[in-house]
Design a protein around this ligand. Sequence first.
Ligand SMILES: *[C@@H]1O[C@H](CO)[C@@H](O)[C@H](O)[C@H]1NC(C)=O
Ligand SMILES: *[C@@H]1O[C@H](CO)[C@@H](O)[C@H](O)[C@H]1NC(C)=O
Length: 509
Amino acid sequence: MLISTLRLVSGLSLATVALAAPQRCVPKQEHSAARAAAVKEAFEFAWEGYYKYAFPHDELRPVTNGFTNSRNGWGASAADALSTALVMEIPEIVNQIVDYIPTVDFTKTDDQVSLFETTIRYLGGMISGYDLLKGPLAGLVPDNKNIESLLAQSKNLADQMKFAFDTPSGVPANNLNLAAQTTDGGDTNGIATIGTLVLEWTRLSDLTGDDEYAKLSQKGESHLLAPKPEKNVPFPGLVGTNVNLTTGEFVDARGGWGGGDDSFYEYLIKMYIYDPSRFETYKDRWILAADSTIKHLTSHPEPRPELTFVANYDGTTLQQNSGHLTCFDGGNFLLGGSVLKRKDYIDFGLSLVDGCRATYTATKTQIGPEGFSWDASKVPTNQIDFFKKNGFYITSPDYVLRPEVIESYYYAYRMTGDQKYQEWAWDAFVAINATTRVGSGFSSISDVNAEGGGQKTDFQESFLFAEVLKYAYLIHAEDNVWQVDGKGKNAFVFNTEAHPFQIYKGASK
Ligand SMILES: *[C@@H]1O[C@H](CO)[C@@H](O)[C@H](O)[C@H]1NC(C)=O
Ligand SMILES: *[C@@H]1O[C@H](CO)[C@@H](O)[C@H](O)[C@H]1NC(C)=O
């Protein structure tokens, strides 16, 4: 029984510490430990519900105790939960997952496969599991065959998908039919889906000694690092979104740090952290994008000029809207700032963290919306007061268990050591737990600004396991090698799905 792993912390029970309002008399470390334990309890609860009603399907429907297969039916929640169960050190769950992984047949699926989603969730989860179990968490899994299988299955999966890169330019197609080894025939792909493969595929090559995966992903990426034509690079380092698979050229000049573009920029600095000698150019491109962002995209809402958001663009025209996904940007600036020793990036990152927090504290549920805007010329009449008070208005009111705001709190805490960010992460976790926890898990909700979150839409994304509960846990957990290092000396780097990868230490073979 997983529930029984809920531990007493330094003699203080959860009920007396974690679940009460912050108690000033509790020493800081015990306080943090109790909070970490409360997040672990939430993870174990969600895992139990998934394991009972949905495993080995992709996702749990927590209200009706059903399941969905939105990620090819290979057990996405299990793959995504592995690295979190590892850093929480829960051997029962870890072993349930690694016993299962060798049984997956990655050649079989009825649905179209997304190269990007499959890479970040499945490949990311398995590679991270392998890195942690071969490294600091050796011993959690008794059966070495299961550990080796994580790498073998990563290779099997990549082998099924590598035909995606077989285009005239080498820019991969995203939507794949594995059985026929064909794509959906589209002639473009976006920078997030092209540019968020290189960490996983390079790590796979470095671990297997077969450089094919690294070469394929880096060739696709090369068109993003040397973007053409000039007119589709509206600001230095800031590019359009869609790339022609035949020519490798950008076909538009729309972009920003939001969904569809986001993790292309995120991975530029993360590749440099993974291996500074091979990926120096990536760092240079990140700096170019970061400097242009500060210079050209910084935006302050009229009613709350002290808040900072990052605008989107269409050419050089700015659009004053953003969303929950974009809120990873504060964390990414903080990470870049810590590694490059640039106080301006740290300060800018912290201002973005403040802006995203404002989207949480403004709503009835204390959870931020999927989409928001601060364009004063387009405020809906029923949100005029809300806009004046909060500096933004809601354009999409749902919450689908996204992690980005807590993720950025995590980086802010690791870089500054300021306990304020732990408090903010705790507040967000308590709100998510209070509003979305239902039935056998956590559910997406329809309206963050309605009492109780509006409707429970009965879907639990796999990234609840990979990201929300991991960042909410790690910000309170003890220091460890997989934690992001505040001084920029990292042993691990997190992929965009929050799976920690060991940074490159030289050829392993
Ligand atoms: C991509 O490039 C090819 C070759 O130049 C061209 O025929 C096609 O129309 C382009 N597609 C888009 C969407 O720009
Ligand atoms: C999370 O929700 C459960 C169920 O409502 C509750 O028992 C628990 O105390 C909550 N945890 C926190 C930290 O609020």
